[in-house]
Design a protein around this ligand. Sequence first.
Ligand code: ADP
Ligand code: GLC
Length: 508
Amino acid sequence: MNARVLIVTSEAVPLVKTGGLADVISSLARTLRKRGIDASILMPGYPAALEAASGLQDAAILPDLPGGPGRLLAGTMPDSGVPVILLCTPGFDARTGNPYVDADGAEYADNPLCFGALCHAAVSICSGKTALAPPHVVHANDWHAGLVPMLLKLGGVQGIGTLLTIHNLAFQGNYPMAHADALRIPPEMRNADGCEYWGQLGFLKAGIRFADRISTVSHSYASEILTPRFGHGMDGLLMARREDLRAIRNGVDTATWNPADDPLIARPFSLVDLRGKTVCKRELQSLFGLPADPFAPVLALGSRITHQKMADVAQVALPEVLKRFPRAQVVILGRGDHGYESGLAALAKHFPGRVGVHIGYDEQRAHALHAGADMLLHGSRFEPFGLTPLYSMRYGTIPVASRVGGIIDTIVDAGLSGAPPKDASGILFDGEDADSMTAAVSRAFALYANPSRWHAMQCNAMAADFSWEQPAQEYISVYREVAATAAKTAFDPPVKLIVSEDLLYMTA
Ligand code: ADP
Ligand code: GLC
């Protein structure tokens, strides 16, 4: 029997992506399948997803979802062949831009109904109401899928284990309780012991309350979310479930982010031959309208332009950095809150020829940025994992990042003075103020001016191993924990053939 896992998510590359969640889902599913787990992805049928997925076929009609009828289409990911099931509803059909907010940045009013429908669709699959094989485990991700464990219980669906992964506790999906009727949540669940969260209907709250296990994406974040500072009001609830809370770090898709073989960069390079990076730097400068100066330290910022990512702090720190270091150049790629976007875009006007800004979401520019910059500024007020600094490290671009969450677990700090430790791979700073950020960037520039120290850090950064193998195995162990007794063996390691010098033997 093959172990079947249904991964419920709102985004997955290359169909739809607004952040790291999309990267994580697709890499995880692919790695699980390599390990013999029959992993499928269930996600909304946004127009972009319908266009990009391959071989879509009708799989089920769901006449009775919140907000109206829906349809499931089953196909595969165009790049990896991972099976994907798309839920089409009139609500998701209308999402031609950002999946969550309109052009003015306001949340769509029908979000609770749309994502409620996604959760109900998962339950229909689990309860065998469609022709799709029910999974042994449902892996719900973030608030969008948060209702699944509770709805399974309400529907009396037994024998299917549930795992909820929290990628970002700041996004909780809290809506007026008035939606409960449409979402088919009965009165007995509309209290603190059910899905109620400070008077509202909480999608993530319901997930935390009812999933068999909960996980999050780094060890440090798993500890942080148990505290009031990082718990976003959920710390008490998470504390109550800490026995069931697991930390499984994310991985990096090492094939997509590979300087030696990346079709999106100007010239390949590697740890042993960094010459291509010089070409990539020139290319980046040209792409962002900056003079081609091989000796200018190029500081990049490439993330969602939001409060989480300290866009407000960067807006104050960067002018100071540019004044202090007359040769420095800054490139900014991102999209997010309009106020911060225009604040950062204004820097290009104030520092012509020294700051290049592209407001937008752009994979090509993202690769060019990681490959061509010397350092990446990645401030975060909280960071569950933080894929972006790891992408930059793969390209020998040194991260200057906040000492929070996953960053603590993945970057070895050079410290703010003296010789960096032998294994240093970045510069970390504390606090949320512009002075701390400026001091960390200044330290990066000082190290950059010392080629042997800089090169040692680049080597450490490029050699760091954050592949998916280990985390995928850890997910499989949790799936096994939550699977029904009869299904557990399906999650055992596959029998592998190992060839030694003169002996062929089997191992479990
Ligand atoms: P988060 O998920 O909080 O945004 P991560 O660093 O874990 O943070 O993941 C962000 C992902 O989104 C990365 O893959 C990053 O390259 C990508 N990304 C963010 N903004 C942009 C952008 N403007 N253009 C291209 N990719 C972006
Ligand atoms: C979230 C977090 C980010 C994490 C990503 C994938 O968006 O903000 O830190 O890497 O999810 O888990």
